[in-house]
Ligand binder design. Structure first.
Ligand SMILES: Cc1cc2nc3c(=O)[nH]c(=O)nc-3n(C[C@H](O)[C@H](O)[C@H](O)COP(=O)(O)OP(=O)(O)OC[C@H]3O[C@@H](n4cnc5c(N)ncnc54)[C@H](O)[C@@H]3O)c2cc1C
Length: 495
């Protein structure tokens, strides 16, 4: 303790002296602050938990799904084994005013949201446990687990997490909301959270639930992304979906030629508007780079039952396809159909939200085609991904407390414009970025709909689209009055 006090005292003197006399540029300040924070954290936790070089450090820096995030070099990476390690790290980060970032499954498509230069990266690579408690009927996950591994651990008990639709994604999904194939039945993934242990910016650890004194924080975390604290434990209500041998779903994948695009847009708009059966699950991926390809478009479609009812999926089933792979499946099978684990390319997301209207879909899709044509030499590919958000997704688990996103009262589609850049491109080209922002304004949301924060562009003010924006701002001011998070870590704008 004495050593810690001496270290901190000397470091504080150094900070005061250097900040007062020598340091002029922001980047030098941030390097000094992160060096001091790393030194203090290393002093407290030891060099096996705090690394600034070596094979694990290199693997973590190169681990992000988007290449744009794997070129950063943190001053140090902290690998906590417990909440108390995160508390120690956050206390020093706060004390020295260091920039920082947090990484769980590393799938953020937003630049800097899960990696950092001249700052401290907290990686959850060593906190990856999942367990199921049969007595309480809850699943506890540590933040570093990927959904595929969590599913594999709990599947033998006949339960599952309300995971994303790609097995490699991590728990950061919960903090943005989380859209699962079973969300129409069980709600947003975030609505499955029973309680969270959260380290606030000051290093204080609290447990937030829907009913305790941190219920405002609990709500804000479910859609507030990385702005409200660092979650070190999630306790989740499971979905009782059965084991991997219980094939109680039917569905799979249909691949379509490029010529199907208009018909698929129309089928999607109609599905959004008309389908209310929560046993149906769907995602539509329209490729807008190679419009003449025989395998341009892919649709994943599922129904909890023995077949795909034609009154729900008839429009999709009647469009001529290239290949079809449909069968009886368990939910475990469904959750492993998409891995999403490829690496090596820069990625960019942009979000919109549309009501089920054919004209809106076609207009937005055509804007994406025009954008793609304008920048086709600079892009590897571009997709429009359509995720239905039916009314049941809000009501399925509303008794557990509402989330931060806020039910707009109408069914809609969360639209993800997804760009992939060629290998070797390590930053977003400014001309493409400007074109993309124009696209997002041209293909903007239908009035009154929230954007999905896990699929947004970094420039989009998603919080401002939540009906409860003012409450969210108040909650942020309450838990981070010095605005440390928004000033020291990249993440959603607007608070
Ligand atoms: C291939 C692919 C498929 C996808 N499919 C789906 C899908 O089906 N449904 C869906 O809803 N979304 C989907 N997404 C989007 C996904 O939800 C987001 O990318 C999500 O943020 C990823 O979480 P992560 O833990 O993998 O990533 P990370 O990049 O590690 O984390 C995402 C953000 O959350 C922050 N964060 C992570 N953990 C914590 C924590 N414990 N405390 C505080 N902040 C934290 C990070 O700092 C970062 O800003 C998909 C993304 C990809 C790339």
């Amino acid at each position: 303790m004495l050593h810690r006090w001496i270290f901190v005292s000397i470091a504080s003197l150094v900070t005061a002296t250097t900040l007062g006399q020598e340091i002029t540029s922001n980047s030098t300040k941030s390097t000094a602050a992160s060096s001091l924070a790393c030194g203090a954290i290393r002093h407290d936790l030891g060099s096996s938990i705090v690394e600034s070089s070596g094979s694990e450090y290199n693997a973590t820096t190169q681990g992000p799904w988007s290449l744009f995030n794997s070129v950063n070099q943190p001053t140090c990476i902290v690998y906590p084994r417990s909440a108390s390690h995160v508390q120690a790290a956050m206390s020093s980060i706060f004390q020295f005013g260091s920039h920082y970032s947090v990484q769980a499954g590393a799938h953020s498509a937003m630049v800097g949201w899960n990696s950092i230069n001249d700052g401290v990266l907290i990686s959850f690579a060593h906190m990856t446990n999942t367990s199921y408690n049969q007595q309480s009927d809850t699943i506890t996950v540590q933040p570093g687990v990927h959904w595929g591994d969590a599913m594999a651990t709990v599947e033998p008990f006949g339960v599952s997490v309300i995971a994303g639709r790609a097995s490699d994604i991590g728990t950061g999904l919960l903090l943005g909301g989380g859209i699962s194939f079973v969300s129409p039945l069980y709600g947003w993934s975030a609505d499955s959270i029973k309680e969270m242990d959260v380290v606030l910016v000051t290093g204080q650890l609290v447990t937030a639930t829907a009913t305790n004194k941190y219920s405002d924080l609990f709500r804000a975390l479910k859609g507030g992304a990385n702005r409200f604290g660092i979650v070190t434990r999630y306790e989740l209500y499971p979905a009782h979906t059965g084991t991997k041998d219980q094939k109680n779903w039917f569905g799979g994948i249909i691949v379509y030629p490029g010529s199907s695009s208009v018909a698929l847009n129309n089928a999607s708009a109609r599905y959004i508007r008309e389908v209310t059966d929560p046993k149906a699950g769907l995602i539509v991926i329209l490729n807008t780079m190679n419009l003449t390809a025989v395998d341009a478009n892919t649709v994943y479609l599922f129904y909890k039952g023995a077949n795909l009812p034609t009154n729900i999926f008839g429009s999709f089933l009647s469009i001529p396809s290239t290949s079809t792979s449909l069968s009886l499946l368990s939910y475990y099978d469904i959750s492993n159909l998409i891995a999403g684990s490829s690496r090596g390319n820069g990625q960019q997301f942009g979000a919109s939200s549309w009501i089920g209207d054919e004209g809106t879909f076609l207009k937005g899709y055509n804007h994406l085609i025009n954008f793609t044509r304008a920048f086709e030499t600079e892009l590897l590919t571009s997709d429009m991904i359509i995720s239905p958000i039916p009314l049941s997704q809000w009501t399925a688990r509303s008794s557990r407390g509402v989330n931060a996103i806020g039910d707009p009262g109408v069914p809609y589609a969360a639209i993800n414009f997804h760009l992939i850049y060629p290998a070797g491109v390590t930053t977003i080209p400014t001309d493409v970025d400007a074109g993309f922002k124009l696209l997002l304004s041209q293909a903007s949301s239908s009035p009154g709909l929230p954007l999905y924060i896990n699929e947004c562009d970094a420039s989009q003010n998603v919080f401002n689209t939540y009906p409860t924006f003012a409450t969210l701002q108040k909650t942020y001011a309450k838990y981070d009055p010095s605005r440390f998070n928004v000033e020291h870590t990249a993440g959603p704008i607007g608070l």
